[in-house]
Design a protein around this ligand. Structure first.
Ligand code: TXA
Ligand code: MG
Length: 320
């Protein structure tokens, strides 16, 4: 297992068509050189991700974007000016140069400029964009710390670029553009209200759409091994499972904590930002505790609370 802060070393690996782990402000990514089909194949293999799931291309400057996309809608420009580098991914019409394995044969490519100094320098160093999904094995909990990545791949972990804990701790928000409309493909760290303040009302892609547009729409995703139950009736749920070893996940402090084996409060200051930052780590921590069940309190369905509810629902999808 090799962990480094040396960008040159990581750049070398990328140029030699190896995969590496990179930090971003959202979650850790599993990265390959944009031009290397061989390395990109290794991403799918290690993650056990179906090839029908396209990947995000990470750039460090706007010239690189020009090399990837055919057109750039006016609203996309406004969003980029305001939010890049940052937790926003745009799905745009792709140029022919973009490998089919990156886009899962779709006519569009997902692009984002991450807001992490080390990764931006890394991309500048190689001069080539980086293709990277989140570094978690398919359907499992996303990594927001180096130790999460190591636990996920104890025997075959690629070189890790250590950039500390992810500051947002939640994947980027994904938007697409259809006709004049801006469409939300995945809830993420950038809130809808901030986006709408720039481009006006956006629409939500119907989750039951036959064509699966993003893997963030997979019902089961981000899941712990331990059974997870999401509720808005905490007291009753804890009573119902009173004979079990319970792990409890709540937004704020609660008097209910005395009834359970382990309790994690997501937000000591009551802010959604802090809850989001702590969210995946809390799931990783509870999942380590050999509990019978994790009971998670549903968030208020507003602002970034919606994002956490989205991840909770998907994480609990197979346990219901
Ligand atoms: O914050 C993030 O976005 C992190 C960090 C590492 O940048 N990356 C990430 O990648 O979450 P991943 O692969 O776990 O999720 C990317 C999502 C998937 O749901 C994928 O289906 C969708 O982006 N996607 C990629 N290309 C697409 C395209 N051309 N059209 C629609 N969705 C696309
Ligand atoms: Mg992912």
């Amino acid at each position: 297992m090799a962990i480094t802060k040396d960008i040159d070393l990581v750049a070398q690996e990328l140029m030699q068509e190896e995969i590496v782990i990179i930090p971003t402000e959202t979650v850790y990514g599993l990265a390959a050189n944009f031009n290397s089909e061989k390395a990109i194949n290794k991403i799918f293999e290690l993650k056990q991700r179906p090839k029908t799931n396209p990947l995000i291309v990470h750039v460090s400057n706007m010239n690189q974007v020009d090399g990837l996309v055919k057109s750039f809608p006016e609203k996309a420009k406004l969003l980029v000016e305001k939010f890049w580098p940052g937790p926003l991914t745009l799905v745009l019409e792709k140029k022919d140069e973009v490998l089919d394995i990156v886009t899962a044969n779709q006519e569009t490519v997902a692009v984002r400029m991450p807001n992490h100094e080390l990764t931006l320098s890394l991309i500048e160093k190689t001069g080539i964009p980086i293709v990277a999904p989140s570094a978690n094995p398919f359907t499992k909990i996303s990594p927001t710390k180096v130790k999460h990545v190591i636990t996920a791949y104890p025997n075959n972990c690629p070189l890790i670029l250590d950039g500390g804990d992810c500051s947002h701790g939640m994947e980027s928000t994904i938007l697409g553009f259809e006709a004049e409309e801006v469409i939300l493909y995945r809830f993420g760290a950038l809130s809808i209200s901030k986006i709408e303040a720039v481009v006006g009302k956006i629409s939500l892609k119907n989750n039951n759409n036959e064509k699966l547009v993003t893997s963030g729409m997979h019902k089961k995703h981000y899941s712990p091994k331990t059974r997870l139950l999401v509720t808005n009736q905490l007291e009753e749920e804890l009573l119902r499972h009173g004979n079990k070893e319970i792990g409890l996940l709540t937004f704020k402090f609660t008097s209910m904590a005395s009834k359970v084996k382990k309790h994690i409060v997501l937000s000591e200051d009551g802010s959604y930002e802090l809850a989001m930052k702590n969210f995946y780590n809390a799931l990783h921590e509870l999942d380590k505790c050999e509990l019978d069940i994790i009971v998670a309190e549903q968030f208020p369905n507003e602002n970034l609370g919606k994002v956490i509810n989205d991840r909770l629902d998907r994480a609990a999808a197979d346990f219901n």
